[in-house]
Design a protein around this ligand. Structure first.
Ligand SMILES: [Zn+2]
Length: 418
């Protein structure tokens, strides 16, 4: 964990500096990496479309979302098929979103950027995995304002495992990165809620920060926080000046106004603040699809500010029973572990759940009227997840370059140098 000369030129803890590919084979392998990136980008399109809906990413095969026409292999070739089909379904001629080709090209180009940064070393592999996680998380957060646990939690695990070949120090750094990132954002989430009386950060953001910390070590966290806040603020202000609003004023698939629970019956899936059923294990890895109603079923999902992830501990059963069980609106944090008469082991389990994973309530009770303030997405609401992802990529891919061009103090901040 000590700094050494030249450290800033590598990933923290990097030990594999030699190239695994002989020079003469370089162009061939580079072309292969680009094609691999395009193909993985094609798969990430499936992840982006299906994971928020809670659908399988394996079956069925790709099909036209409008007419259900099953794509044959030659309609499924990244970029080329989209061009050959002139961005239209071959069967019903419905336009195919340019997002598909954008995700494919972005993945391919970021794969090449990773190669340029790390060469054919071991460090290339975790970098490619991180890119393949950040792209779907970004596009899902932009479209649905959630960061699904089914991507972030396995992602954190992958970051920790991929640190193992770098040695024990790197594993410690990655673990610290995940833990510190998570705790810092949990604390900010709590303080933001206490001070500003509203949900300032989405519940899923802390898992994304933990993921970035696991891949890029704790050293990168301060720089990521700095870059994401700075760029988010600059773009937000610029868009506010140009268009009058900083982002989609309502999440595209979300209900604009959340009815205060208790006043009107909430939709079943709006049980975002249901406390876990007694004895329910703290399970952050809850699949997001369980409690979300897909748009074509008619009901709009609740407005989820700032890239929130589905609440912890709310399963399909809890969501279904929400209307009957949840007579009291849950607008404060509950400290279940202080309740008398709980077995000690259950108390021990409840302490970390309450402190770390309990969803931050949307709006605290108004002290005077006893009514919950309505949360309406304001004009400056924009999910924070994409900014975190962008900052993570910048620190990973441009770290040494930033260290050279920036003033020493800022470079130290970004590099996390001690
Ligand atoms: Zn079609």
């Amino acid at each position: 964990m000590l700094s050494s000369p030249g450290r800033e030129a590598r990933m923290p803890g990097s030990v594999t500096d030699f190239s695994l590919v002989p020079g003469w084979a370089g162009p061939l392998f580079t072309a292969f990496l680009l094609v691999l990136g395009l193909c993985i980008g094609s798969f990430l399109n499936v992840v982006i479309a299906r994971v928020p809906e809670g659908l399988s990413i394996v079956r069925p095969g790709s099909r036209c979302p409008r007419c259900g026409h099953v794509l044959s292999w030659y309609e499924n070739i990244p970029v080329l098929s989209w061009l050959a089909l002139r961005a239209r379904c071959r069967s019903c001629h419905a336009p195919i979103s340019p997002r598909y080709v954008l995700v494919e090209l972005l993945t391919g180009l970021l794969f090449l950027a990773c190669l340029r940064r790390f060469g054919w070393t071991y460090e290339l592999f975790p970098a490619l995995v991180l890119v393949s996680l950040l792209i779907p998380l970004t596009f899902i957060d932009l479209a649905h304002w959630i960061l699904p646990f089914s991507l972030t939690v396995p992602g954190i695990a992958a970051g920790l495992v991929l640190a193992v070949p770098r040695g024990a120090d790197a594993v410690v750094d990655a673990t610290l990165g995940a833990v510190i990132g998570f705790l810092a954002f949990r604390l900010m989430e709590y303080v933001g809620w206490k001070v500003f009386r509203k949900e300032a950060l989405g519940g899923g953001d802390k898992f994304l920060v933990a993921l970035l910390g696991a891949f890029l070590s704790w050293r990168a966290l301060l720089g990521i926080l700095f870059l994401s806040s700075l760029q988010g603020a600059v773009v937000g202000i610029a868009m506010l000046g140009l268009t009058g609003r900083a982002g989609p004023s309502t999440p595209p698939d979300a209900k604009p106004v959340k009815t205060p629970e208790g006043v009107a019956p909430p939709p079943p899936e709006a049980s975002g603040v249901t406390p876990p059923e007694e004895g329910a294990a703290p399970a952050p890895a809850h699949p997001p699809g369980d409690e979300r109603v897909t748009p074509h079923e008619g009901a709009a999902p609740p407005a989820i500010p700032l890239g929130d992830a589905p609440p912890v501990g709310v399963g399909a059963t809890a969501a279904g029973a929400a209307n009957t069980e949840e007579s009291e609106p849950e607008s404060t944090m509950t400290w279940e572990f202080t309740r008398p008469g709980i077995p000690l082991w259950k108390r021990a389990l409840l302490v970390p759940w309450c402190l770390l994973f309990q969803p931050i309530p949307d709006a605290p009770m108004d002290d005077e009227t006893g009514e919950e303030e309505e949360w309406v997405p304001g004009p400056t609401n924009i999910p924070f997840g994409p900014w975190l992802a962008l900052a993570g990529l910048e620190v990973m891919l441009l770290g040494p370059w930033l260290a050279r061009v920036l003033p020493m103090d800022i470079a130290m901040l970004l590099g996390g140098a001690p």
